[in-house]
Design a protein around this ligand. Structure first.
Ligand code: RB5
Length: 148
């Protein structure tokens, strides 16, 4: 699986910890688009880079981190083709895959620590879309992108 990951200055440490979790998986290709220091950057710029890889197919999934995860989620969900889920518990992360077919996970570096974040990331990576009735609902979400 190919994952593109990015954070703003509010979650650089958690980004590095999440990358350690991603390395547990066989055949995991990780692309880190930054940021790499605690110097302030604007989270929409990072969201755009990660989501571009997901929409183009260069990444199977994306992971975005900022202080709360909220700004990244808002920015990502403005981009056509992105279904970004902000998850701070394992159940939501699993459901984001099974029911919503989320292709991007957002996390808040000032909200959760390494342990819970790792479990959330594992649930997001291992989760499979259930399809069925959820397919219809996800299609309806995506149809909203074309509405005025
Ligand atoms: C940056 O200070 C902070 O606003 C950002 O990391 C994020 O929490 C925004 O939603």
């Amino acid at each position: 699986m190919k994952i593109t990951i990015g954070s703003d200055h509010g979650a650089v440490t958690l980004k590095d910890e999440v990358k350690m979790v991603l390395r547990e998986f066989d055949d995991m290709e990780i692309k880190d688009v930054g940021t790499y220091s605690t110097d302030a950057v604007d989270y929409p710029d990072i969201a755009k880079k990660v989501c571009a890889d997901v929409v183009s197919g260069n990444a199977d999934r994306g992971i975005l981190l900022c202080g709360t995860g909220i700004g990244m989620t808002m920015a990502a969900n403005k981009i056509k083709g992105i279904r970004c889920a902000l998850c701070h518990d394992v159940y939501s992360a699993r459901m984001s895959r099974e029911h919503n077919n989320a292709n991007v996970l957002a996390l808040g570096g000032r909200v959760i620590g390494f342990g819970p974040a790792g479990e959330i990331v594992r649930a997001f990576i291992n989760g499979e879309f259930a399809g069925g009735r959820h397919e219809r609902r996800v299609k309806k979400i995506m149809a909203l992108e074309s509405e005025k």
